[in-house]
Write a protein that binds this ligand. Sequence first.
Ligand code: HEC
Length: 248
Amino acid sequence: MMHRLSFILRLSSFIFLLTACDSGDIQEQTYATDDRGHTVRLTAILSGIDSWESRYTVSLAGFTTGDNYAQVVRTLPNTTPDGTRVELVLSNIGDDINTVELAITNRLRERIITLARVNMEDYADTRDTIRMDLGQLDVGRFGALQLGLFNQACIQCHGGNGGAGAASLNLTQERAYAQLVDVASTRREGMKRVEPGDAQASLLHQLLAEGGENLLHVNHTEILSNQFRENLSEVRQLIDDWINGINF
Ligand code: HEC
């Protein structure tokens, strides 16, 4: 009887451990450590985390240039409610790490898209904690495209200077969604900029995919591949997942 009881106890604590991992409590996975390394502290008020399916996570991650897999990662649980004030600390950041990024990563620690970044070489001379205070951010699927794609590679021509934007398309925050989804193209007759639920039929997809080079007078495929050298296919996939997931 005693034997059986202790077995059950052990079994239940084992199950507890499993669920504790699975529930996505903040986990630290360190793959490269250096006792004298840097520390980065991220603070932000985040929303949209729970819009990610379980294979993706919002994380603070350290990368080496040329490698799309993070060396060091701290992740947030996908159950984090909107408006949560988040603090993530990444410590023991070795000299092999070139950037620390708020990023969407997958289960293999691979970078999908970068939402904010710190270049470690800017802090080579200090051992103080490096602060990343990001304020309020939407890091859901569309929010991630806004921060990581449109703000980085598109708004310089599409509305960032306050005008209507090239081809009357404004991709700045608060405007991009309404100007893309279910809106007729001004350049390709019969096409929509984004056809809800159908990436393949959407001009946004075709323009940025391989083969989209000559679709318009500006080579957008090249704009994308210049910006995203290490995670080009991941960004393309994210755009497609977003479009295919729109229920209209
Ligand atoms: C160097 C300036 C420039 C950049 C950067 C740029 N675009 Fe464009 N974009 C244009 C111009 C110019 C056109 C119109 C081309 C034409 O008339 O053939 C256009 C057209 C478009 C169209 C078609 C709009 C319509 O109504 O048919 C979409 C969609 C688009 N861009 C998306 C993007 C996205 C997404 C990015 C970022 C990855 C981006 N663009 C970056 C200049 C730019």
